[in-house]
Design a protein around this ligand. Structure first.
Ligand code: 13P
Length: 248
């Protein structure tokens, strides 16, 4: 069974009202007959602006993080219900930048995924090894441990997530995993999801890490790569649109 691919941009902490306006208008104008699902995961304050800009188009919206808590005394956090009110269909959880700079643990990431799903938001769960872990032969062990926490916490809902394999050494470095390296890890993740859910073929497993207009087609041609999570290249409409085209 082949399913439509999912191409999600992760703007990270980039953007401005004026810049977003130009970028999103160009993306929407270029979506044309794209068959894949296209989403932009933007800083939370910009969701309101993007809700207006996407109006009437197929562009989906996402957040880059979500609180594990439903509401209450959690200064600075943004709940899944709030994201939902501003049109978010997706929320990235467990991005390596949050694991690294904000000390997010596997369990916290799992709790965030659960909080998102409770509001009908699809969590895009990021997993990935560091360079030291890859060189130490620990890639499979690391990504399986990260995904296992989410599977355990979500139980029967584990098949509702999107997974993004993002090798930390490939993020923002221009050093992409080869299609073979990525496919190998994607197959491991698919098998783990299959054992847990029985219908892993339905789950989108995205690749992220220096995906660009030049390398997207060969990555997306791999049997277990169902789309991409795009950082830098999602900030340039022509590059992002070329990746969307490569996804069909
Ligand atoms: P780059 O595409 O800039 O390497 O970023 C990837 C990423 O972290 C997407 O979440």
């Amino acid at each position: 069974m082949s399913k439509h691919k999912l191409i999600a941009g992760n703007w990270k902490m980039n953007g401005s009202l004026a810049g977003n306006d130009a970028l999103v208008r160009a993306v929407v104008a270029g979506l044309g007959g794209a068959r894949c699902t296209v989403a932009l995961c933007v800083p939370a304050p910009y969701l309101a602006q993007l809700q207006l800009l996407r109006h009437g188009s197929a562009l989906e919206l996402g957040a880059q993080d979500v609180s594990a808590h439903a509401q209450g005394a959690y200064t600075g956090e943004v709940s899944a219900a709030m994201l939902k009110e501003f049109g978010a269909r997706y929320a990235i959880v467990g991005h390596s930048e949050r694991r690294q700079y904000h000390g997010e643990t596997d369990q916290l990431v799992a709790d965030k995924a659960k909080a998102a799903l409770a509001q009908g938001i699809t969590p895009i769960v990021c997993v990935g090894e560091t360079l030291a872990e890859r060189e130490g032969g620990r890639t499979e062990e690391v990504v399986k441990r990260q995904l296992a926490a989410v599977i355990h916490t979500l139980a029967h809902c584990a098949g509702e997530i999107v997974v993004a394999y993002e090798p930390v050494w490939a993020i923002g470095t221009g050093r992409t995993a080869t299609p073979e390296q990525a496919q190998q890890v994607h197959a491991v993740l698919r098998a783990q999801l299959q054992a847990a859910t029985g219908h892993a073929e339905r789950v989108h497993i995205l690749y992220g890490g220096s995906m660009n207009a030049a390398n997207a087609a060969s990555l997306l041609a791999q049997p277990d790569i169902d789309g991409g999570l795009i950082g830098g290249a999602s900030l340039k409409a022509p590059d992002f649109l070329q990746i969307i085209q490569a996804a069909g």
